[in-house]
Design a protein around this ligand. Structure first.
Ligand SMILES: *[C@@H]1O[C@H](CO)[C@@H](O)[C@H](O)[C@H]1NC(C)=O
Ligand SMILES: *[C@@H]1O[C@H](CO)[C@@H](O)[C@H](O)[C@H]1NC(C)=O
Ligand SMILES: *[C@@H]1O[C@H](CO)[C@@H](O)[C@H](O)[C@H]1NC(C)=O
Ligand SMILES: *[C@@H]1O[C@H](CO)[C@@H](O)[C@H](O)[C@H]1NC(C)=O
Ligand SMILES: *[C@@H]1O[C@H](CO)[C@@H](O)[C@H](O)[C@H]1NC(C)=O
Ligand SMILES: *[C@@H]1O[C@H](CO)[C@@H](O)[C@H](O)[C@H]1NC(C)=O
Ligand SMILES: *[C@@H]1O[C@H](CO)[C@@H](O)[C@H](O)[C@H]1NC(C)=O
Ligand SMILES: *[C@@H]1O[C@H](CO)[C@@H](O)[C@H](O)[C@H]1NC(C)=O
Length: 739
């Protein structure tokens, strides 16, 4: 006991005095004696008992209170306020009695607006006089905290600081085809400022494409067509739609993790590359509200944009270049600053009883662009309630999970999954050997319409089964006879290709599972309650108005949706940590691979055939997986469940399956992605395409000039061989033999 006290104190002192300067601390560990007095025999507790306990004991009022606390102020990554949140989460876990609580610091390069000079966009007349200036901050509209003096100037993370003046060009959603269309219309992006709409692709990709085409700056806004479909009178706080003054923040770094320590953890001993060699944009970018975008769009010249490109502002959207008045121009002045700072992950562990060295990892980030009412703190509040329920169960009964539960609160996710990627880099080997699954909840809710879940095919079945156990939080859906969240999911988000099943989305990038799924090959899933399709994203996402009021007065008055997500998250953790044999969907994965192979052949077969490149080995490898899975499942029926060694052997094979798809060299031209099946496609880091390395190369070949095709074909053949080899490996890891 005395020892515990001491550690507890030293950790508090360390964080209290260390603050942002606390860079010499490698890790503060707080250990608890933990083991309860009562001890039950494992055989007396069934999996269902534990599931029922966890599902029934989540208390919505606890989630509400925690969310209120977490969202009273801003807590941007790498700031003193983020550290306060870390301390709060750590102390909650200590009070709950998790066995270990770790504070894990990383020294990283983040980006901040100047505290004194705002980022502004100006319209200048031919004499250089300022005709109009954009807002420096978003207007307070409803919740008292919106008027806090601590609100930073509106900014985009990692925008280059620069003051540029030029003509503006409207590029719709800034996708590759949009830039191509502008080019085909005879408008050159070079030397221009690009105005793009948020919502179709990851913003980093928009800025990357603008920069590659010689653009000198990017302005991002959200069109009311996509986020306020019922006009500007029916917006926050009267509804969940986006108000005219909202400007969504975001990062435009393309690679995940700390920009100065690629592939290695940003610890004290790290080597840091010079900032000008880091994968950061070289041009300035800024987000603005749609009332400010109107000021620009209403003055733009050039040909009218196509019908589809017209948004719902009351102007004709022109492509440009430039403003209608001759000699007028646009000025974009960004005063951000990239700064070295410390961000912390907080990691709490409940040690497993039988297999303490096997981990089920649950994670959510806790940093927010502003208040984080939904993103991420609806998830943080849910996770803190879940850990309470697990410790309460342990206290009351002496139960412990079979495998260890690891709760992770990630720092600086908004900057591009910085805390989680550094952690998966630091502990890659141990995590690769020992982690059963990573369960991410970036936010518990962004709406109350239906569940939206992404996962590796390996976790599809467990997710479906869990969703069936969670009572429907929607009173109208219950009335309609849909008892579980699964029932609503099937109806409101059906899988177009699998009648009768809900849509399980592909796991792209964009949250903290990136390092786990795409670099290490740990099976991942990410879930939340989402909105309907009347908007293309959650309308207050990353804006000033993503407040506690939005969560508690508009989306989830009773906190029942938060509770449903926490319950499902907890149930998945129970199933994955308690099941003797890991409940992985090998058949789903095998079918998924074979369908993805068929898709490639259907779409690109003739193109590939024109090259004398045979797909036979590739398709045979898919068949080998099919056969191996069939044999494995057959053998499983005869597994001696009483033999701990036999069970462990089979589980080790199951754990290797996803790992088998990891190519240490990465995808062609993208060493930061190692998973050859689930990596997201090149031109949109948010979405997933199976076999992205093959598909992206084939798409590039289709578009390439004749003289570049040979190199691309060589890349394709090389990668095809790598993928084929890894598919064959996956088939083999399910056996005891090496050959
Ligand atoms: C569990 O027991 C420990 C030790 O008595 C206590 O500190 C902790 O608060 C308890 N946790 C819960 C959730 O009741
Ligand atoms: C940026 O340039 C504009 C236009 O030339 C000018 O009005 C403004 O003062 C400059 N900003 C700074 C911070 O120097
Ligand atoms: C068009 O929208 C702007 C900006 O919201 C508003 O100021 C203006 O009055 C509107 N004009 C018309 C004709 O509706
Ligand atoms: C950038 O931030 C650092 C640390 O906050 C500060 O010392 C420096 O003066 C800032 N530089 C600029 C140009 O704002
Ligand atoms: C939105 O969803 C509904 C119901 O699933 C569907 O009928 C409608 O076509 C969808 N609308 C859009 C714009 O996708
Ligand atoms: C669900 O969200 C809508 C806004 O999208 C809100 O009007 C409604 O009251 C919410 N339902 C519940 C049960 O909280
Ligand atoms: C494909 O192989 C045939 C027969 O060997 C040969 O004639 C042809 O030139 C090859 N085509 C290409 C693109 O290599
Ligand atoms: C193997 O392929 C057959 C034929 O397509 C299919 O019916 C079966 O479900 C597959 N089995 C697995 C384990 O993928």
């Amino acid at each position: 006991m005395a020892f515990t006290r001491l550690c507890q104190y030293s950790s508090t002192i360390l964080c209290a005095t260390g603050g942002l300067a606390c860079i010499c601390v490698v890790m503060a560990i707080v250990m608890f004696p933990g083991d309860p007095k009562v001890n039950i025999r494992r055989e007396d507790v069934t999996l269902t008992d534990v599931e029922d306990y966890v599902i029934k004991n989540i208390n919505p009022d606890n989630i509400r209170q925690t969310l209120r606390y977490l969202t009273t102020g801003t807590h941007l990554g790498g700031t003193e306020q983020e550290l306060d949140m870390a301390r709060y989460i750590g102390s909650r876990w200590q009070q709950q009695g998790l066995d270990q609580v770790h504070f894990v610091p990383y020294q990283v390069l983040l980006s901040y607006p100047s505290p004194t000079i705002p980022n502004l966009i100006k319209i200048l007349d031919s004499a250089g006089q300022v005709v109009w200036v954009s807002a420096a901050k978003q207007k307070p509209l409803y919740a008292p905290e919106e008027a806090s003096p601590d609100i930073p100037f509106t900014f985009i993370g990692y925008s280059a600081p620069a003051n540029v003046t030029g003509d503006v060009v409207y590029v719709y959603y800034g996708r590759e085809e949009d830039f191509d269309f502008v080019a085909a219309s005879g408008v050159d992006i070079s030397g221009k400022i690009v105005l793009a709409r948020y919502g179709a692709i990851f913003r980093s990709n928009i800025v990357e494409m603008a920069e590659a085409r010689g653009g000198i700056g990017v302005i991002l806004y959200s069109d009311p067509e996509d986020y306020a479909p019922e006009g500007s009178n029916f917006v926050y706080p009267h509804s969940y739609y986006m108000p005219p003054s909202a400007a969504p923040f975001g990062t435009i770094k393309l690679l995940d993790g700390d920009p100065l320590t690629p592939y290695y953890p940003a610890t004290e001993s790290a080597f840091r590359i010079p900032e000008d060699e880091a994968p950061l944009p070289k041009i300035p970018a800024q987000c603005i509200s749609y009332e400010d975008a109107w000021q620009i769009l209403s003055r733009m010249g050039g040909p009218a944009a196509p019908e589809k490109w017209q948004g719902s502002l009351n102007v004709t959207y022109n492509i440009g270049p430039g403003l209608r008045e001759s000699g007028w121009s646009l000025n974009l002045d960004v005063n951000n600053n990239n700064t070295m700072t410390t961000t912390y992950n907080v990691v709490g562990v409940m040690t497993g009883q039988e297999e303490p060295d096997r981990y089920v990892v649950l994670g959510n980030h806790y940093d927010a662009w502003l208040f984080g009412g939904l993103d991420p703190n609806s998830g943080t509040a849910a996770m803190l309630e879940l850990s309470r329920v697990f410790t309460q169960l342990r206290n009351e009964t002496g139960w412990r999970p079979r495998r260890s539960l690891v709760f992770c609160a990630w720092g600086a996710e908004e900057y591009g999954t910085v805390g989680s990627v550094e952690w998966t880099e630091q502990f890659a080997k141990q995590l690769s050997d020992r982690t059963v699954a990573y369960l991410n909840v970036d936010m518990a809710i962004e709406g109350n319409y239906t569940l939206r879940t992404k996962s590796t095919p390996l976790l599809t079945d467990v997710v479906f089964e869990s969703a069936k156990k969670i009572a429907n939080p929607d009173p109208l859906e219950l009335e309609a006879g849909r008892k579980s969240v699964y029932d609503t999911w099937v109806v409101r988000r059906p899988d177009p290709n699998e009648p009768g099943l809900p849509l399980m989305q592909f796991i792209g990038s964009g949250s903290d599972y990136k390092g786990f799924q795409h670099n290490i090959g740990i099976p991942c899933m990410d879930t939340r309650y989402t909105h309907d399709n009347s908007t293309i994203g959650e309308p207050q996402y990353h804006t000033l108005y993503e407040t506690f009021a939005l969560a508690s007065e508009i989306y989830d008055k009773g906190f029942h949706y938060h509770t449903a997500v926490a319950a499902m998250w907890g149930d998945l953790a129970v199933v994955l940590s308690e099941s003797k044999v890991l409940p992985f969907s090998l058949v789903k994965y095998s079918n998924f691979i074979s369908k993805a192979q068929d898709d490639i052949i259907e779409r690109f077969g003739p193109l590939i055939n024109s090259q004398n490149i045979s797909l036979e080995h590739f398709t045979n490898a898919g068949k080998a997986i099919n056969e191996s899975v069939t044999n494995f499942n057959k053998a499983l029926e005869y597994l001696d469940l009483k033999s701990a060694l036999a069970v462990r052997r089979v589980n080790d094979q199951l754990m290797m399956f996803e790992r088998a798809f990891i190519d240490p060299r990465g995808l062609p031209g993208r060493p930061e992605y190692n998973h050859v099946i689930t990596a997201p496609s090149k031109n949109d880091a948010y979405s997933g395409t199976a076999f992205a390395g093959l598909i992206d190369t084939l798409s590039a070949i289709e578009e390439a000039q004749e003289e570049h095709r040979n190199d691309l074909w060589r890349t394709f053949a090389h990668h095809l061989a790598a993928v084929t080899h890894l598919l064959n490996t996956a088939a083999k890891v399910l056996t005891d033999d090496l050959w």
